[in-house]
Design a protein around this ligand. Structure first.
Ligand code: BES
Ligand code: ZN
Ligand code: ZN
Length: 529
């Protein structure tokens, strides 16, 4: 009894914030490895779906391993009648002296590619999902060093493994955490090992960016305050980017009355982050803007308590901006990026903004705040205005902005509102590569009318009725942008994963970080960014 009380007291002590931050090492990729560890090696091999019951359609790498094992792998697979179907696996033991387990995973039909209706590259998606399942099964078996088949698309294979192995369990007791796993690409039979390693590294970096976004989103709001978010971003990016941490006085001097009206309900001070990555000299950077509400209670228009814990992820836009910048800088893309992240909490209190209050944004427009839960657009209004001062070639903002986009698209795709056909085409192309989809939504004048009909001010922060909620929110943001290449991504529907994406575990998704990195990669090939 006494011992269990001591244990409980220790546990409570452990959850003390400063205690956690002291012992907590912020990791973005795989975990740290102890050198005294015993390594249990395993191998993942890919096969294509094949109706035949007397032959196996191996990938190039898998065929070589089978030859080396004197055809044992194919023989063992053929001992059962039913051929492997896409997404299914078989685990073999004692077929190769080097590996305690050889896991064969089916990557779908040979030659599968872009599917127009699904707007996805099915071949790449199947590889991501198949290797993800494989490495998770091997981790369950206690394997901790896994060599993975490139499956004909090294980058997708690396993405699948690195995304699947992510877990946010830093705040749990050591024994309940997922064990560390070392993964590498099976390059030994490749004609061009160097380019394969390079591709693998690119996939791993793309996943690392998304994993940073996931970790930031998942972190509880008592640990990830605006100040702490800025600290972590500095720690992660400062060697590759310039990171400026602006305070409340600075925001006041910039006349960011709309942003500050959200922050005023909380005792946590707001922060405005400005980050610059200069992979190339240019006068017209590419601007990224991210909603950074580290917790959204709704303010005085308070949300229902059920499910409110998910609002720790309301800085998902900010997290995706940080994750994208991590990858862009690690890949050393030749592009100039400037990022703008308004960070604050949306809390109800004696000093909070009240429904009906009127605030003034940086561009002088007045806003009647009829619903304090529509706070994302208020903080983005000032961030978008500010970003325009840097002559950006395009502005891309990301925000967990509306429940309405979740009603419209669910977790199927991020909603994209843009004034540029060209930008839309490029973003869509990027999403086909990443497998993290986008879907275009309208910016009609119809929606603008809903937020300009306002009793006291130039704009109302809600559209009157619930209809078209994601579209009226986008129309509101449009009032603060002059740039001809503007993209607004409403990512509230893709904020968390509950089994929709096979290679992402349950929890905050970090979507659409990889799509944005691919988009920036595409833009870096244009001359003016
Ligand atoms: N942060 C929410 C949107 C949200 C909902 C994000 C679900 C992730 C999951 C946003 O600030 C909000 O509360 N929006 C309101 C707007 C309404 C009051 C016009 C909403 O969507 O209900
Ligand atoms: Zn809200
Ligand atoms: Zn919000």
């Amino acid at each position: 009894m006494a011992a269990s009380i001591v244990k409980r007291v220790n546990r409570v002590k452990k959850l003390n914030v400063s205690h956690i931050s002291a012992r907590y090492k912020f990791l973005t990729g795989s975990r740290h490895f102890s050198t005294s560890k015993q390594w249990n090696k395993a191998l993942v091999l890919g096969v294509y779906e094949n109706e035949s019951t007397d032959s196996i359609d191996f990938t190039g790498t898998a065929r070589k391993f089978d030859e080396k094992a004197d055809g044992q792998i194919s023989q063992l697979l053929l001992t059962v009648k039913k051929p492997l179907k896409c997404g299914k696996t078989r685990t073999l033991h004692a077929v190769d002296p080097e590996f305690s387990s050889v896991l064969v995973t089916c990557i779908g039909k040979r030659g599968e590619g872009y599917d127009e209706l699904e707007t996805v590259d099915k071949g790449r998606e199947s590889i991501r999902a198949a290797v993800a399942k494989a490495v998770l099964q091997l981790r369950e078996l206690g394997e901790n060093e896994i060599e993975v088949d490139s499956c004909g698309d090294t980058e997708a294979s690396a993405e699948g493994c690195h995304l699947a192995l992510f877990s946010y369990d830093d705040l749990k007791a050591e024994k309940s955490r997922k064990p560390a796993v070392r993964i590498s690409c099976a390059t030994r039979y490749s004609q061009d090992k160097n380019s394969m390693e390079k591709e693998w590294r690119k996939g791993a970096i793309l996943a690392e960016g998304q994993n940073l976004s996931r970790r930031l989103m998942e972190m509880p709001a008592n640990l990830l305050t605006p100040t702490k978010f800025a600290e972590i971003v500095k720690e992660q990016l400062a060697d590759k980017c310039e990171v400026l941490v602006r305070d409340k006085d600075w925001a006041e001097s910039m006349k960011m009355g709309s942003f500050l009206s959200v922050a005023r309900g909380s005792v946590e001070p707001p922060v405005f982050l400005e980050i610059e990555y200069k992979g190339r000299q240019s006068d017209s950077p590419l601007a990224l803007v991210g909603k950074g509400v580290t917790f959204d209670t709704g303010g005085i228009s308070i949300k229902p308590s059920q499910g409110m814990d998910a609002m720790r992820g309301d800085m998902g836009g900010a997290a995706c901006v940080a994750g994208s910048l991590l990858s862009v800088s690690k890949l050393q893309l030749p592009v100039h990026v400037k990022a703008f992240i308004p960070l604050c909490e949306n809390m109800p209190s004696g000093s909070a903004t009240k429904p009906g209050d009127v605030v003034t944004a940086m561009n002088g427009k007045t806003i009647q705040v009829d619903n304090t839960d529509a706070e994302g657009r208020l903080i983005l209004a000032d961030a978008l205005c500010y970003s325009e001062q840097f002559n950006p070639s395009l502005i891309l903002d990301m925000a967990t902005l509306t429940g309405a986009i979740d009603v419209a698209l669910g977790a199927g795709a991020a909603g994209v509102f843009t004034n540029s056909e060209d930008m839309w085409n490029k973003l869509q192309k990027a999403s086909v590569r990443s497998g993290d989809r986008v879907w275009r939504m309208p910016l009609f004048n119809h929606y603008t009318k809903k937020i300009t009909e306002c009793q006291l001010a130039d704009l109302n922060n809600i559209g009157g009725s619930r209809s078209g909620g994601a579209c009226t929110a986008a129309a509101f943001l449009k009032e603060f942008v002059n740039n001809k290449n503007w993209l607004h991504l409403d990512i509230a529907g893709v904020m968390s994963n509950s089994g929709d994406v096979a290679y992402l575990g349950k929890g905050m998704s970090g979507r659409p970080t990889r799509t944005v990195i691919e988009f920036i990669n595409l833009m870096s090939k244009e001359t003016n960014n």
